[in-house]
Design a protein around this ligand. Structure first.
Ligand code: GLP
Length: 234
């Protein structure tokens, strides 16, 4: 695991954006795994700024988001679909049919999870996946106790995760379930970049750094992967 520490969130975001854009320049048809949350907002802002100056930045890129809330329509202001449009997709030249997010309103959610896995496989698998880190160590919505070989599936959100995301559901209807790529799905990405920063993350970051691999701390699964870069804030 390659750890890199930055003085500020700006510096971390600039570096993360450079990793993402360099990967696209090297491989314009790259398949990316993408996160949501507060941490990657600066990265997306920089990617959008750079792409405005570049011809055909995302035109052949394929993306798969890590997760989406169950039962929340795509157009809902709190959905990850809305998040991705607001922070990235509405501002770059991605082909909407190449931008994949699980459908949390599909009539059969288990079938939707299988369909999502198949789409990732048909696209050739994830080449580079960016992740955020939950306070309890979750990656995507893989809460503590998630098996390290889990695939895309429906999960129940931990009370602390629902509390952390309550502000995006001001009517009080914070979703209790979500669809998430499994840890097994994520670990098949050829390279992974974890953005580990933000208020209250110190404990989770130090627990990850300790190197103890434990299913009750999902991010520790990343120690089993040969190409992980962790970007933290000093
Ligand atoms: C959410 C997302 C995760 C994200 C995490 C951390 O629960 N499902 O993918 O990494 O929150 O979010 P933040 O960056 O806002 O701390």
């Amino acid at each position: 695991m390659n750890w890199q520490s930055f003085e500020s969130n700006d510096a971390l975001s600039t570096h993360a954006a450079a990793l993402l854009l360099n990967a696209i320049r090297e491989s314009p048809r790259i398949v990316l795994g993408l996160p949501t949350g507060r941490t990657p907002i600066g990265m997306y802002a920089r990617v959008v700024g750079e792409c405005a100056r570049e011809y055909r930045c995302f035109s052949d890129v394929v993306t798969f988001n890590l997760d989406e809330y169950a039962g929340v329509p795509r157009e809902h202001p709190g959905s990850y679909s809305t998040y991705m449009k607001r922070h990235l997709f509405d501002h770059v030249d991605i082909d909407p049919s190449n931008a994949h997010i699980p459908d949390g309103t599909a009539p059969d959610l288990d079938a939707e999870c299988r369909r999502y896995e198949n789409e990732i496989r048909s696209a050739g698998g994830l080449a580079l996946t960016f992740l955020g880190l939950g306070h309890n160590g979750h990656i995507g919505f893989n809460e503590p106790g998630s098996p390290f070989d889990a695939r895309t599936r429906v999960v129940e959100l931990a009370p602390s995760t629902r509390a952390a995301n309550a502000e995006f559901f001001p009517d009080g209807n914070v979703p209790a379930h979500a669809i998430t790529m499994g840890i097994g799905t994520i670990l098949e990405s050829r390279a992974i970049v974890l953005l580990a920063a933000g208020a209250g993350k110190h404990e989770a970051i130090e627990r990850l750094r300790s190197g103890v691999v434990d299913e009750f701390f999902p991010a520790s699964a990343l120690w089993k992967h040969p190409d992980v870069t962790v970007l933290t804030q000093a």
